[in-house]
Structures are given as C-alpha cells and as structure tokens.
Ligand binder design. Sequence first.
Ligand code: COA
Length: 480
Amino acid sequence: MVTRKKAKRAKSKAAANKSARKVARLNMKNPAIKTPVRRNAPPRPSSKPWGEAGRALDGVRILDFTHVQSGPTCTQLLAYMGADVIKVERPGIGDVTRGQLRDVKDADSLYFTMLNGSKRSITIDSKHPKGREVLDRLVKACDVLVENFAPGALDRMGLTWEHIHKVNPRMIVASVKGFGPGPYEDCKVYENVAQCAGGSASTTGFRDGPPLVTGAQIGDSGTGLHLALGVVAALYQRNRTGRGQKVLCAMQDGVLNLARVKLRDQQRLGHGPLTEYSQYGEGVPFGRATPRAGNDSGGGQPGWILKCKGWESDPDAYVYFITQAPVWGAICDVIGKPEWKSDPDYATPPARLPRLRHIFDTIEQWTLTKTKFEVMEICNKLDIPVGPILSMKELAEEPSLRATGTVVEVDHPTRGAYLTVGNPIKLSDSPADVRRSPLLGEHTDEILRQVLDYSAPEIVEIKASGAITAPDKPVKAEAA
Ligand code: COA
C-alpha cells in the first residue's frame, strides 16, 4: 500500500527530475555552459559567514581506543576539526600517560593533556562481558575506530575486523603499528625505535659521531598525522561505497616517508658523490649508505648552523644560514667580502663546494657580532634564507603563535591553565575547536545516556556489573 508520505516523496522526486532535465536542456542550448548536470549534486554553497557553517568533521563520531602518543595525536587532530571523539579508557587507570612525567601532584600530566584535548572520556573494561556489550553498542554508534595497541591486542578483546564489520559495516578501523606486515610485525614499538627503523637515526648526527634521534616526534606524532589523513580519505570513499575499510600506518613507513630525501640520496650515491654534503668538499670519501650530514642543508643549497652574539651563555643563540646561489652577491656584501663576488674560487656554486667550511667560518665571524634576531632582520630584507634557532621558551611566549591558535592556553579543573599546541592545519571555514582534555571517565554517564541510549535502570545495572568502574584497589600505572 502506498502511504501518503511515500506518494508525496515520489511527487517531489519527479518534480526534481523534471527541473534537472529542464536545466540540462537549457545547458545544452548554451555552449558557454560546460558543467554537466550531476544526479547527486553537492549542496549549494552555504550562505553563512565563513567559519560559521559548522566544522569540517561535524557529524563524524570516533571510538578512540588510543593511548600514549601516536594514536592520540591522530584523534586529537580529528577532534580539533569537529569530530566527536570518545576516548575509551580502562577503569581506574586510563591512558598510561595520565600518570607519566607528572608535574602537578594528582593531576593529569602534560603528556596526557596535550594529546587528548577536545575529546570525551568513557571508562569501559573491554575484557568484561558487560563491557564488551557496551563496546559493541559504541561500535554501532561510531564511524571510525582508531587504535594503537600492540599487535593482536584488539583481536584479543574480541574486536576483530570481521566482528566490527559485522556489527557496523560502515565502520572504518584505523591502526598505528610499529611495523607493517613482515619480519617485525609483532614488535611493540616506541618513538625512538621507529626513528631508528625508519632511516632517520642513521642519517641524523655528525659524520664522526653515533646515529642520533631527533626531538620532533616523527615516529609517534608523525605517524598519527599520517593516520588522520588515512581516516579522512576513508570517510570520503565511504560516501561512495557505503562501507568502511581498514587504515594502517606503520611507524617505520611514516618515518621513512618523512626521511624520503635520504632514500633519494641513497640512490644518487650509485651515480657519484653527494656534492652538496660538506664531506664532499672536505675530500672524505663516501661509503655505501647515505651518511650523516650534521647540519648540512638537504636541499642542494649549502647551509649550516652558526653562532650568534651571546652564544657563550645562551645555548640557543644560533642561526641557520643558507648560502643560496641567487643571493650570493648579497651575502658577500653583508658579511664584508664583496671581492668574493668576482673571485673565481668563490663566484660559482661548484667553486665554493670545496671551501664551504671556510665560507661558513667567515660568515660566522659576522653572525657573532649580531643576535639571531638581528641576523634574521638584516638577511630577510635581502632575501637571504636564515632561521633563528628558537627555544621552546621563546615559542611558548611568541605572540604571533598565540594569535593564530597554534599555541593555546586552556584551563583545567585539577591542574590549572596549561599550554597546548592547537591545530597546525588551518581551515578557513572550520575554526579549530581546542578544549581541555577530559578527566578519566568524565563523560561516562553522558555517553551511555546520549550516545548509546541506555535507560537509567540499564545504567545502574552496567555500573553494578563492574564493567565501567575502577577495581577496589587502583592498579598502578606502569611507566613506559
Ligand atoms: N579494558 C581492558 N583492557 C584494556 C583496555 C580496556 N579499556 N584498554 C587496553 N587494555 C589492555 C589491552 O587489551 C592489552 O591487553 P592484552 O595484551 O592482555 O591483550 C593491554 O591493555 C595493553 O595493550 P598494549 O598495547 O600491549 O600496551 P603496552 O603498554 O604493553 O604497549 C605500546 C604499548 C605502545 C608499545 C604498544 O601498544 C604498541 O606497540 N602499539 C603500536 C605502536 C605504537 O603506537 N607505538 C607508539 C606509542 S606512542
């Protein structure tokens, strides 16, 4: 039987088709209009002012099963972009980082708070039968599950891909693992292991020293960032296919992707020495693998870190200085060596290569007379690429980073105000939503009620089962 509602829908569909056909006819008559008429046309551009049409990921709900750094980086970015991120934590313990590197007694650490902003927290014991029931309901209610457990841990909870896909075929399951399929796939991996396994450490440091890890967390945060891109791509594809998929980012792969210029150099080595490396100018032969290059610039334009005024007492009084070929004349003038402009030993990039050490020593004689900010000011005007070495203190206090929302101060009920890094990706129509991190289980009731639709008696039953409450004796969070 055709209901009135159905008939009304059919009528309005027919009207829409009729008007689409009319537009198509008109378009065909007008050769200036090339755009074909699309069946599922996207909505018309919003008439709301920029930044007031919601956020990019509004309506996306994320089951955040992440911990430590890599996974939380991914979900925090998605939360900044408007996703409703529900962090599932173990009752009484939570993400292990809540208690790591604590600076304020009994308050969540900065390690945790700076990686879990703008999220909600629910506690569920995923190994408790009732907890599993609640988790399945959450799987049904969410679009994406993000996790970075050790290999096999999610399966041991019963949350296999097959199970998740059966409960919610639209669910995207995004994982960070240390390694992709292969000999090391079962290994647990932390930041520095990934930096070493992904080629960063072997190419970082000085030639005559050991491999070095970098301060930037390219293994953890870098892989989380890669994963976030995978998640939004999978969400986009789901619009067409109607089904979720697995998204995997291995930390080794993420680091190698960021170190790709060093794999470039590995291949160049097969065709001769790497002339932009200072070891070439110094006559030191190359080995079989991409060497460590100290502070050499990787882009083919020689560069180095030079001391500035005050370096004796300030460990960050340095500047990165690039002797870019097109501004060589300006460099010679500014450092008081105008004769180098026409001297055949210095006038061309190939002539300078064997003399780079001497050239940078000479430039340093000039930078030593200026602060790093004075060098920046003088050189910028001349288009000479330089960069002051900024300390974390200077970055924390930099007004322009506060103004753009890259460094944000948020308040917290137990630790007070703290600084966090906001969204480094600026969307002109989706202002970042940077809020404090949640307390452990802060939103448990709210999520059970509003997201999972449990009634008050059901919530009482779940609580009584022990699936969402801490054990009597809190288990001590072990240090990583
Ligand atoms: N309820 C009950 N149990 C829970 C739970 C919950 N809500 N949340 C987690 N657990 C359990 C897991 O099921 C797992 O138990 P199992 O091993 O008995 O099955 C356990 O807690 C811990 O998981 P695991 O991931 O092994 O933690 P870990 O502290 O031993 O290892 C890492 C930490 C980071 C090394 C590991 O998770 C890993 O290699 N992850 C992938 C790579 C990665 O992201 N590394 C970078 C981290 S920044």
